[in-house]
Design a protein around this ligand. Structure first.
Ligand code: GRG
Length: 285
């Protein structure tokens, strides 16, 4: 199994450069969530996609950071009282619990802007920057996680079909994972077959990742997950566990992972992405 820690270390070092410490409470609030111990799934995936396309994974670091920053911003907003109203995230009190709602709102906006500044200030080419920003805006905008969140806000009557749940998962979670591999491909100047294969891979691991999240919301522990569990049931959200049961849902995870892996396996250099898919399907947090 590939050791992903060296990738995580590179991401953390690059994120340090994006958020130098100063005396502003806003900086403290942004750093609080960025360095709260997230798994760094999205930035590592971005780097692996670039490497799969035959270029050094470090080339994709500006996009990797931008994706982790946008993801962190979405988590701060997801936890706010007007959304999921949660007090625990990444094993710590949520941003608004520590800094207050108004500051959490500002920290989120500051993070979102910083994501794009990070790309613009990088030494990527203008074409890479423009393509990457287009991908980031699509995934984080009203055709991506914002719409996914809105549909999920309305998912509170336990009445959705499998297709409805799939749509929410695609928008809320897969869109960002797809953006990761597409940005990785852009950083490697790959616009052909490998990019298409990566897209299929990410659509499938994105869904698998969210279904595993639904399962862990039922069988996981607060300590391992670092966030509240049992929320889907409490909020009457339809999930894959409701539709297929825990075992059936895990079977879906396995099938999706196999489809993801088969999309990239015909190319060389796919071992790390295969290991990554495997790790995501078996994750306990
Ligand atoms: C702020 C852009 C923006 C949109 C607002 C709140 C919101 C709309 C969207 C939230 C989307 C959301 C919370 C999706 C959940 C995806 C998910 C499975 C998150 C957990 O990801 P992990 O497990 O978390 O990678 P860590 O903490 O390890 O990074």
């Amino acid at each position: 199994m590939t050791d992903f820690r060296p990738y995580i270390e590179k991401v953390n070092n690059a994120l340090e450069e994006c958020f130098p410490q100063d005396d502003e409470r806003l900086t403290e609030a942004m750093r609080y969530s960025i360095f709260a111990g997230g798994k760094r799934v999205r930035p590592v995936l971005t780097m692996l996609a670039c490497e799969f396309c035959g270029k050094s994974p470090e080339r994709a670091l500006p996009f990797a950071c931008a994706l982790e920053i946008i993801h962190t911003y979405s988590l701060i907003y997801d936890d706010m009282p007007c959304m999921d109203d949660d007090s625990l995230r990444r094993g710590r009190p949520t941003n608004h619990v520590v800094y207050g709602e108004a500051m959490a709102l500002m920290a989120g906006m500051g993070l979102y802007a910083r994501a794009y500044e990070t790309v613009i200030a990088s030494d990527l080419t203008d074409r890479q920057k423009l393509s990457g920003i287009d991908i980031l805006l699509n995934a984080s905008g009203f055709n991506g996680i914002v719409l996914g969140q809105v549909l999920d806000m309305e998912n509170n009557k336990n009445t959705l079909s499998e297709q409805d749940v799939l749509r929410i998962h695609r928008l809320k979670t897969s869109a960002m994972l797809e953006a990761c591999v597409l940005c990785g491909a852009v950083a490697a100047d790959e616009y052909g077959e490998k990019k298409d294969a990566l897209h299929v891979y990410a659509e499938n691991i994105g869904l698998a990742f969210q279904i595993r999240d639904d399962i862990l919301d039922v069988v996981g522990t607060k300590e391992k997950m670092g966030k509240s569990i049992g929320k889907d049931k409490k909020e009457c959200k339809t999930t894959f566990v409701d539709i297929f049961g825990c075992e059936g849902a895990q079977e879906k995870v396995k099938n999706l992972s196999e489809t993801a892996v088969s999309a990239i396996k015909k190319f060389g250099n796919s071992e790390k992405l295969c290991d990554f898919a495997d790790m995501l399907c078996k994750r306990e947090n």
